[in-house]
Design a protein. Structure first.
Length: 266
């Protein structure tokens, strides 16, 4: 059984006063269980969630509404435990392509600078993915992130109606990618939906060029040689993908982007 924590233990470990923990509970950010005597009890997932809320407040400056929106991108399983909603195919595809390259888990982990246990968990459960990590894995395997995440048998039609097209597996918490075009062509055309605070979690680079236009919300991107820019609804940026770049959704509302890579190297 997973350990349970009293409110005093969570407060002491995180630095969050008990009154603030109760406030977060009132806003639906955390939902502790109750003991038989009525005391609040926090599971390990609740404990991790409190740490995540602290990070969203201190590092990204989000208010309670923005934090709730970010946390809403996380779902719960049938037991009420927090989880992402990954596609089983992601781990399968990484493992298949790794074996094609005759690489051990340790060898691939060394190439992408993570521990073998992180990579093993990703292959077994499809959990723990991030844009930065998948970009590194794709490069090491000689493929694109889209090739790792999209089913090769599912091709988007030339005309994509509203609500159609295919959704790629999650590349991290709060990141959803709707593919608008695919196939042996010259572009990756995607609509990205980012919860407040969703980010690349570091810089990456690849071949090609890319164009991003903000359809909703605010988006912060830093590109080597171009500097840091905050893009709001209607703003756009175009740059060479070989320039190291990192990004995150900023502001209190969901961010939507039209994101195009050419050639399809993401």
């Amino acid at each position: 059984m997973s350990k349970s924590y009293k409110v005093s233990e969570v407060s002491a470990a995180t630095g969050v006063p008990p009154a603030t923990l109760r406030l977060w509970e009132q806003h639906g950010l955390i939902v502790p269980s109750r003991s038989a005597s009525g005391y609040r009890m926090y599971s390990e997932d609740d404990f991790a969630r409190v740490h995540h809320i602290v990070r969203l407040r201190s590092q990204q400056g989000l208010n309670l509404a923005a934090i709730k929106s970010s946390l809403d991108a996380i779902t719960r399983d049938e037991n009420g435990q927090l989880r992402e909603d990954p596609s089983p195919r992601l781990g399968f595809e990484i493992r298949r392509r790794r074996k094609e390259k005759k690489l051990t888990i340790s060898a691939l982990a060394a190439k992408v600078n993570v521990s073998p246990s992180v990579l093993s968990t990703l292959e077994r459960t499809s959990r723990g993915a991030s844009v930065l990590l998948l970009r590194a894995i794709a490069e090491a395997l000689g493929v694109t992130v889209t090739q790792l995440t999209a089913s090769p048998d599912e091709i988007v039609e030339a005309v994509v109606r509203k609500g159609k097209g295919r959704m790629l597996p999650s590349l991290g918490k709060g990141i959803r990618i709707h593919e608008l075009a695919s196939g042996p062509r010259m572009m990756d055309c995607q609509e990205w939906t980012l919860a407040p605070g969703a980010a690349s979690e570091g810089f990456y680079r690849h071949e090609g060029e890319e164009f991003i236009r903000v359809l909703q919300g605010s988006f912060e991107i830093e590109v080597d040689g171009l500097g840091l820019a905050t893009l709001n609804e209607g703003d756009a940026i175009y740059f060479e993908s070989q320039r190291a770049h990192s990004w995150r959704a900023v502001g209190p509302e969901t961010c939507r982007l039209l994101w195009i890579n050419t050639p399809p190297t993401f």
